[in-house]
Ligand binder design. Sequence first.
Ligand SMILES: [Zn+2]
Length: 338
Amino acid sequence: MPSQLFAENYLEKLSQCPYCSSGDLFFLLQASDRLGEKPGIFYLEKCRHCALVFQNPRVREENISFYYNIGPYAFLPLASKEEEKSGFWQQIQKRTLIEHFGYSTGKKNSLLYLLTFPFKRILKIKSFPDFKKQGNLLEIGCSNGDFLLQLKTLGWKVKGIEMAEASSDFGRNIRGLDIENKRIEECSFKNQEFDAIVLRMVLEHLYQPFDSLKEITAWLKKDGQLVFSIPYFNGFEFQLFKSYSYGLQLPTHITFFNKKIIKEVLENLGYQKIKFYHHFFERDIVASAEYKYQDLGKYWWKVIARNKAIRTFVIKPFVILLSLFGKTSRVTIYAQKN
Ligand SMILES: [Zn+2]
């Protein structure tokens, strides 16, 4: 496969911006595949007209599976992360969902409403949709069904699609979830089939993200909720670490959106109540600093990357603060279909 990497047609060069079709593009940065450590150098360009950032030239779609671990889009099934969490956190989460997301299996309580308010933001970042009784929910790129399982327990009728065969098999066969091993383009859901559609860190991997959003919107009911998370290239971590950014993840990340474009696309598709929730994921600083340290060997990058006290008492509070100001490099977006 690596020899194929340098074949003339391995990459494709786009002459126009995939969003606004402008030909006024400029080179932004180049980087290697830090995450998968596969060979090759990959490039990002930016559109002068709409400021979309995208891989260009990009790995052709038929060649991209090589960069997703082993086999076609295969992520190994992992144990549920939620199972490892403490019972106390589960209780807080449940209470927050009741008080702030309409998961009204319990009675509302004004004191608990206030006490759980700080956790609302965390669950927004985690992409929990507002509850709809007997609602149908679709997760696109659901991996092994970790999140779907939680949502099912909370009362949703859930369905998932996942490109990675091993992950979708695990979710279906071991967990008994309704997961199909499919890509968005292969789906034939009915118009207005779902009350909520969730995509967590998926859109940036797609080759036709704007067409996909349009298609997804058709599957959503009126007043249905779309919830998705994406890397945010204008965020602090990307701007500081540039080609060393942990969130870059080239070449599997194809497109980096900005808020103006996301807002415009969603409004044109008929969404309202568009809201952005910035993550506070200190790994975006810690792992990026590790890349810098490995390449440049500076003492301070090592401290940022590896000192646990610095991570807990400096970096974590710092990213929480950044997220409150909307400046971190990952964001979850909520929108309601008109
Ligand atoms: Zn453009």
